[in-house]
Design a protein around this ligand. Structure first.
Ligand code: FE
Length: 193
C-alpha cells in the first residue's frame, strides 16, 4: 500500500507521533488546534464585518491588521498566517482564491466551502472572475474594478464587503446575519433582508 492509499486516520496518527518524537508539537497541542478549527465558522467573520460597518475605529484596525482585530474579538490566531482584509468600495470589488490549493482564513471563516478547493474555481477565478461571480448572482458594472487576490500559506485574506444600502441604524447582530461566507470571499455581495 502506498502512502497515498493509507487511511487518513492512520496517516494523521503517524504524523502526530513523528511531530511529538521530534519535539515539534505535542499531541495535546494538535488536538487543541483541531478543536479550535472545528469551532470556527463564518459567523465569526460576519461578526467582524458587522462591527467594522458600525465602528470606524475597529474598521481601521481590521484593515491595518486583521490578525490583531480578530484577536481583539477573542478569536485565537496564534501560530496562524497573518490575516489580511480587503476593503470593497464603490470602485473596487475583491475576490479571494488559493490558486495552489485551499489556503483559507479558517480561524475566522471556518472550513472552506467544497468548491473553494476545486480546480474549476481556482482556475476560473483567475481566467474569468467576472463571469464566475456573475453565476453567483453578482453582476459587476464595467465601471467597478475587480481585484483577484491569492491566499497562500504565508498570508490569508478575507473581504470586507460593502454595507448594504438601507441598513442604517441596524444592530451589529442584524448586520452580521446578512453576511454569508461567500460575501467574505467576494463571490457574492450581501443583500438586505
Ligand atoms: Fe492553499
Amino acid at each position: 500500500m502506498s502512502l497515498l492509499e493509507t487511511p487518513s486516520g492512520k496517516l494523521l496518527d503517524a504524523i502526530s507521533a513523528l511531530l511529538a518524537a521530534k519535539g515539534i508539537a505535542a499531541p495535546d497541542e494538535i488536538a487543541e488546534r483541531i478543536r479550535i478549527t472545528d469551532q470556527a465558522s463564518p459567523a465569526r467573520g460576519a461578526q467582524m464585518v458587522a462591527r467594522a460597518w458600525t465602528e470606524p475605529e475597529f474598521r481601521a484596525q481590521m484593515l491595518a491588521n486583521g490578525t490583531l482585530a480578530a484577536e481583539s474579538m477573542g478569536i485565537p490566531m496564534r501560530g496562524l498566517p497573518p490575516l489580511g482584509v480587503l476593503e470593497d468600495t464603490a470602485e473596487v470589488h475583491h475576490v479571494v482564491v488559493c490558486t495552489l490549493c485551499s489556503c483559507y482564513p479558517r480561524a475566522v471563516l471556518g472550513y472552506p466551502p467544497f468548491w473553494f478547493k476545486s480546480a474549476a474555481y481556482r482556475s476560473r477565478a483567475v481566467r474569468d472572475p467576472r463571469g464566475l461571480i456573475a453565476e453567483w448572482g453578482t453582476v459587476l458594472p464595467d465601471s467597478v474594478k475587480l481585484r483577484v487576490v491569492d491566499s497562500t500559506a504565508d498570508y490569508r485574506w478575507m473581504v470586507l464587503p460593502l454595507r448594504p444600502e438601507g441598513t442604517e441604524g441596524w444592530s451589529v447582530e442584524q448586520l452580521a446575519a446578512l453576511v454569508d461566507e461567500g460575501d467574505m470571499i467576494g463571490v457574492t455581495i450581501p443583500t438586505r433582508g
